[in-house]
Design a protein around this ligand. Sequence first.
Ligand code: ADP
Ligand code: MG
Length: 375
Amino acid sequence: MIEVKNLTKKYGDNTAVSNLNFIVEKGKIYGFLGPNGAGKSTTMNIIAGCLAATEGQVLIDGHDIFEEPKAAKSHIGYLPEQPPLYPDMTPYEYLRFVGTAKGLRKADLAEQIEKVIDITQIDDVRNRLIKNLSKGYRQRVGIAQAMLGDPEIIILDEPTVGLDPKQIIEIRALIKTLGEQRTVILSSHILPEVSAICDYVMIISKGSLVASDTLENLSNYLTGDKIMDLSVRGEEGKIRMALNEIEGIIEYEITPSRDDDGIFDIVIKSDRDRDIRESVFFAFSDLRFPVLNMVNEIITLEDVFLRLTTDPDEVREDALQLRENLIVEEFDADDDEPDYEDDEAYDDEDEYDDDYEDGGGKDDKDDGDYKPLFK
Ligand code: ADP
Ligand code: MG
């Protein structure tokens, strides 16, 4: 359906997208996930034929988007990050305008307009001016225009940014409905959004694809096993023997504690469905080996996302605690002192957190002009 080959986009010296390769198959919902600035919009603009690539190729149903734009674009409906709405038109007028531009005429045009109005549920507001609509309704109008012409692929760039929680739920439900009959690609910097809607996830970080798999595989692969951190005072040989007896342990690693002779730090990987804490406790109490620390870690998809999209030495102090287990090897490799002082890292993290709460990445850039109605 869509083939992206060696796609690179440079803005001057800044490489926004670097050598992307992926295939999008028919009839699924794809999530393009990455933090702000990762290159999502750039990629989507290129796939939709709105931006030229520096290198590489995009084929839509076999048609090159640059060489045969008309044939390629006819398969795609696109809702950019900033929907190109005309505030002084009504949704109905706007859809007529877009439909006509897409080459629809008369009965076909009228029929398709009614269809998209129905699917996106904007009938109530069809004759109001777009500038008077809520952001949720405007987003629906944006999705409605993307659907005109009945394209097989719908591309939505951060479709829920700036919406309130109720609107987010509604738009997500709408996207799910779209995905029943079409291929949908949506971008988001919000992980729960992608896990709520998508079948397939592509994680992009700093312009490169760092993971690409079904949501199920990604979750299973990375969150499939439970990890326990344990510290025990005792003898290594006996500790091993005890651990070998415990059911549910997949593997473990023992290292002598750095701080204290006779203490061993143990990382145990066990079946996700099994709680081994009691067995571990009794095994060591039988041996009269005191357990000094026992912590269960569950690697969440969030951890995975952060790990894949965060530089290990750009980690903020409080986030570090959460992720210590995941990135400890990278720190230990050559640098025992993670660089907390890196201002850029602070900024990036703050931006991410804010976005998480208000669901908006784009709005943050406009904070200077933003005048809240209520304080
Ligand atoms: P995302 O949509 O994932 O937030 P973008 O694709 O918008 O990321 O941006 C990727 C990178 O390219 C960023 O570093 C951004 O600053 C840069 N960039 C995007 N658009 C332009 C542009 N028109 N000119 C110069 N740099 C740009
Ligand atoms: Mg973007």
